[in-house]
Design a protein around this ligand. Sequence first.
Ligand code: IMP
Length: 213
Amino acid sequence: MKRIFIATSNQGKLRDFGGAAAGYDVEVAALPELLSLPAVGEDGDTFEANARKKAETYSRYAPGEIVLSDDSGLEVDALNGAPGVHSARYAAEAPHLVHNNTEDEANNARLIRELRNVPPGRRSGRFVCVIAAARDGRTLAVFEGKAEGAILEVPRGVNGFGYDPLFFFPQIQKTFAELTAEEKASYSHRGAAFRQFLQWISASPVRDQTIGT
Ligand code: IMP
């Protein structure tokens, strides 16, 4: 079985990657010692810029290995694409607006508030995920996945993370928080990007020398 390192400490993302890898001959693992490494500032204007920066930086700590990094977020049309690359820190950027226990709860509370006057037919949005694959400080390939949906007024479901309870996926009439990790992976932006990576790695001549067991 091939092992693939993901440079993230986000348990929700790791769970998603585990779901996306199910049924393939790969094992996904958090990059060892990630929490003790210096944090990488996500100051890029695009998901791709941030994903490349994280993958290139962290791959230097695992010489010879392919290291994946995911930068992702939610784009809401009625908010001109916000929160976008600011998705993780949406509430932190407006601390006077929301007071909730967890970062995810606070982000969701701000999103509900920003959309409070937007009617159901105009609440479209999408999750975007860009995965960068890097080795020894150099990006080898970039993959993008999207999932189109609508933002609910009230959260639904207890699975997933982040904005999942507010993200309604019309095709199955459920939010992403109402899905198992494997179900979410089959519809999600992260699953779509990761499947492109799997196709690339299985066709790539770098595969055997870079991914060990
Ligand atoms: P970053 O990629 O670490 O900058 O953070 C992405 C942020 O976007 C997360 O903290 C979530 O708030 C949001 N996000 C990205 N992907 C998902 C998802 O699959 N479900 C719910 N929220 C997500």
